[in-house]
Design a protein around this ligand. Structure first.
Ligand SMILES: NC(=O)C1=CN([C@@H]2O[C@H](COP(=O)(O)OP(=O)(O)OC[C@H]3O[C@@H](n4cnc5c(N)ncnc54)[C@H](O)[C@@H]3O)[C@@H](O)[C@H]2O)C=CC1
Ligand SMILES: O=C([O-])C1=[NH+]CCC1
Ligand SMILES: [Mg+2]
Length: 813
């Protein structure tokens, strides 16, 4: 049966929907319906060609209805999607519910004002309920959105390979020209749906621990595909994440020895053989004694299964090599002695020089080398008989005193005065069972606990026993424990809020803790730090505001805010948990079939840099070469930006700055070693110095406050601003903003999402988007302004075109 479409009813329906104020319908298009949606749709597969609302026509709606009545269309994979702004769940559910309501309303001959009102509230209720259901489900699956499963074999293959670095399928120059081509073909119309970032916060909050975010379905006619990127951003310390599922107790029960001094002696080399082979041709015989065997080494072997140095004896001597054998056969080598030590053991010789650092499982360090074997008599002249028994005796094995010292390798160390509740906290977040009692020094050695997460990652946390004032002078447990802090990437200061037990105010505690660590080793101050105030249950009101500190108040004893603390551990920079993670889904245009699903992270890293490269190429003059490039930030985007920008321009030098000098150095050696970047890469310790006289400045930080000031920059500087992707975040100050000619990848997104643009009052000052820049070619982009700014926020079209390129390269591989 064919349905008669009544356009006026349809319009009534749509206006009813819009009047709810709950739905801001941006587009109708494809979506991949999940099982539940299909179930609700009577296991039908639904079809509706991708259309804009204003293009919604009789044909498309009638084909939609035909499916409801089990009339099959030529394409048998068919989907429906109505989108509102919001999360994936919200979009999909609202899409489906619209469909149902639409279906009902078109059947209903008695449509009037009351029934429309009813419909409005009914819609809101249904969408909300359904969204929640999906969200709960995704919470249970740790954030995996179940609707995005694909049965396609290709997808399975690519998914299986997604960890095998498909980045090699992306060549910077190819990606740049592909994206430039796509931008050039867009004709100003980018995609109707480009304002997703506003919802990062809301959605992560809304969905609780498994916050996810739907980014921007984009449809690219020339590529015959469309796609979606699901992106999660973990920008701050308190955003919810998948939480601990299982924890292991890494604490060991044996007596804990973390420092030993021992004597080690390599085996002596065996003596050379003095055998002589007789024959009738030679009067004295021919010497044929083999060389002596090498003496064995004494070696240390890093092993995860060893927890401390308590098993080591005070001295070891490796076996000697054996006498060389006849027929020039060398003597047997002495066997090496392997001494298993915990990961993180540092070995020093008797003079305190570091011999090695055993950080990796199975790494070995020779601490006393065995002597070489002596030469057998066959090596000596055979001319006269007096040489017949000449031979070497073998070298002596090395002999020395060494010190082995264990330094905890924990990502995070809990530091606080005795009794601040560190052990209780470690118990609360892991299965480690450090002793807890309310007197100082219940903990005499660092306990380790592993906090495990659903994604199989774990964070090792160490309860570092109580510091006291004067610890740096070796008071209390003093140095023996301070050195464990050395290996922690991050520290959590644990402050005591209990008025009865605390010695001084939380602010003073923090000051003293910092001071002790600084006096022991000033470099400790460079560690990434979080501050928690424990025993918040004992204070009536949380009245301590520590100036300039982001303090998380918890109660380890009562489990208050412990989840937040685990999240803090995970989203902390020190834990190397990425701040962004994403998946890109690529669909076939006509059938709506899922073609493939790709790890979105390399796509994000590469395409963002490619877009910046395109912008920079156009915004700097063609002739300009030998420019000075500055990159602020040292993580993923910093790396990709150096690669991509150098692919379109020659720079005289590239200056790199980040808050953490170590990271800058790592970033530089990565670029030089892995990507053979030949342009001089120079680390800077001050952003201002780096920016002075610079031609191009790229900001790729996660900062919420300006990292560049206009007053630092020279006239004509081009700024590529990639971070600060929220309406309340900044990377650039007002002076810079107000003196710049402003461009954006998408004007619409920039107006809605860029804190730099919104808060500096520049929303009406954006000149145009990148498509126009690309099309116009060269002109004076700066005008009367002092600087030129390109604001990048990221667009679906960039992800989809990049995913398409990767996929095509993969297929043709
Ligand atoms: N425009 C776009 O299309 C895209 C923009 N982004 C943005 O680019 C930025 C960098 O991304 P990733 O390298 O993946 O991030 P990341 O989280 O891996 O690295 C962040 C970098 O910023 C630095 N940083 C953090 N807080 C800072 C502060 N307060 N002051 C100075 N530096 C600070 C860190 O030390 C690190 O070097 C982020 O803001 C991200 O949201 C990322 C992807 C796409
Ligand atoms: O487009 C994108 O992927 C992002 N923009 C800002 C953060 C991530
Ligand atoms: Mg303790």
């Amino acid at each position: 049966m064919e349905w008669q479409l009544n356009i006026s009813k349809l319009n009534k329906f749509l206006s009813a929907v819009l009047n709810t104020g709950q739905f801001d319908i941006l587009k109708l298009g494809f979506a991949n319906l999940n099982e539940d949606l299909s179930e609700l749709a009577n296991e039908e597969q639904l079809y509706m060609p991708s259309i804009d609302l204003d293009e919604l026509n009789e044909m498309s709606v009638s084909s939609l209805l035909r499916i409801k009545t089990r009339v099959h269309l030529p394409t048998d994979i068919v989907r429906f999607y109505a989108s509102t702004e919001g999360s994936v769940a919200y979009r999909l559910s609202s899409g489906f519910i619209f469909l149902q309501a639409l279906y009902e309303i078109l059947e209903d001959d008695t449509l009037n004002r009351e029934s429309l009102n009813e419909l409005q509230s009914d819609l809101v209720r249904r969408v909300t309920n359904y969204s929640q259901e999906i969200l709960q489900k995704s919470n249970r699956t740790g954030g995996q959105v179940p609707e995005f499963k694909s049965s396609l074999e290709q997808t399975a293959i690519m998914c299986a390979e997604r960890n095998t670095d498909y980045e090699k399928l992306i060549k910077p120059k190819e990606l740049i020209s592909t994206l430039e081509g796509v931008l050039g073909s867009l004709d100003g119309k980018i995609t109707p749906d480009i304002q997703p970032l506003r919802h990062f916060m809301e959605i992560t909050r809304e969905t609780g621990p498994s916050g996810y975010f739907a980014s921007m379905p984009a449809h690219i006619p020339s590529l015959k595909c469309f796609g979606v990127k699901i992106l999660t951003l973990y920008p701050s310390k308190f955003i919810c994440l998948p939480i601990t599922i299982q924890m292991k107790n890494l604490a060991s029960k044996s007596k804990f020895v973390d420092w030993v001094r021992l004597s080690v002696t390599g085996g002596n080399g065996g003596p050379g053989g003095t055998m002589v082979q007789w024959s009738i041709d030679t009067k004295y015989g021919v010497p044929c004694g083999g060389d002596g065997g090498r003496g064995g080494d004494v070696r240390m072997l890093a092993s995860r299964s060893v927890s401390n140095l308590g098993e080591l004896k005070t001295g070891y001597k490796a076996p000697d090599g054996r006498l060389g054998k006849k027929n020039r056969i060398p003597g047997t080598h002495g066997e090496h002695i392997l001494l298993p030590v915990p990961l993180g053991t540092v070995v020093k010789d008797g003079y305190g020089n570091i011999m090695g650092d055993l950080l990796k499982e199975d790494s070995e360090l020779v601490v006393a080398r065995g002597g070489d074997g002596g030469m057998g008599n066959h090596n000596y002249s055979v001319l006269g008989k007096k040489y017949r028994f000449e031979r070497g005796l073998g070298d002596l094995g090395e002999n020395r005193w060494i010190e082995a010292e264990m330094k905890t390798i924990a990502a995070v160390g809990l530091v606080g005065f005795p009794n601040a509740g560190k052990s209780t906290l470690l118990r609360a977040i892991s299965r480690a069972r450090p002793k807890v009692a309310s007197y100082p020094f219940t903990t005499l050695r660092p306990y380790l606990g592993a906090v495990e997460y659903l994604d199989q990652s774990q964070i090792i946390v160490a309860d570092i026993p109580g510091l006291i004032q004067g610890a740096h002078l070796n008071k209390g447990l003093g140095h023996s424990f301070l050195r464990h802090i050395e290996r922690c990437t991050a520290l959590v200061y644990v402050l005591d809020l209990d008025q009865v037990t605390m010695k001084c105010s939380p602010g003073e505690q923090l000051m003293h803790l910092r001071e002790e660590l600084r006096l022991y080793q000033p470099e400790f101050m460079n560690k990434i730090v979080a501050v928690v105030a424990n025993k918040v249950d004992l204070v009536d009101e949380w009245e301590y505001s520590l100036e300039g500190e982001n303090v998380l108040a918890i109660s380890a004893e009562n489990g208050l805010y412990i989840d937040e603390f685990r999240i803090l551990l995970k989203s902390n920079e020190a834990t190397s948990y990425p701040s962004h993670s994403s998946t890109v889904l690529l669909y076939e245009n006509v059938t709506g079939q899922l073609i493939t699903q790709l790890d979105g992270d390399p796509i994000t890293n590469n395409r963002t840099a490619a877009i910046s490269a395109i912008a920079m190429k156009h915004l700097t003059s063609k002739e300009s070469n030998n420019l000075v490039l500055v990159v602020l930030g040292s993580s993923n985007q910093a790396k990709s930006h150096v690669r991509y920008l150098t692919a379109v321009k020659d720079f005289k030098e590239i200056r790199m700055w980040s808050r953490n000098a170590d990271n800058v150095n790592k970033c530089i050696s990565y670029l030089q070693q892995t990507h053979n970047i030949n342009t001089p890469l120079i680390p800077y310790s001050s952003a201002e110095e780096a920016c002075t006289d610079a031609d191009v400045i790229v900001t790729v930080t996660l900062s919420k406050d300006p990292v560049v000031k206009g007053s630092w920059l020279k006239q004509g500087a081009v700024i590529i601003c990639v971070g600060a992707c929220r309406p309340d975040w900044r990377e650039l100050d007002d002076e810079l903003m107000l003196n710049s000619a402003i461009y954006a990848d998408s004007v619409q997104s920039a107006k809605a999402e860029s804190g730099d643009i919104i808060l500096s009052g520049s929303t009406d000052r954006i000149e145009c988007d990148l498509c126009h820049i690309v099309k116009e070619g060269e002109r004076d982009w700066r005008g009367d302004n002092k600087f030129i700014l390109f604001k990048s926020l990221g667009m679906a079209i960039q992800d989809v075109a990049s995913a398409h390129l990767i996929y095509s390269n993969y297929i043709s591989k």
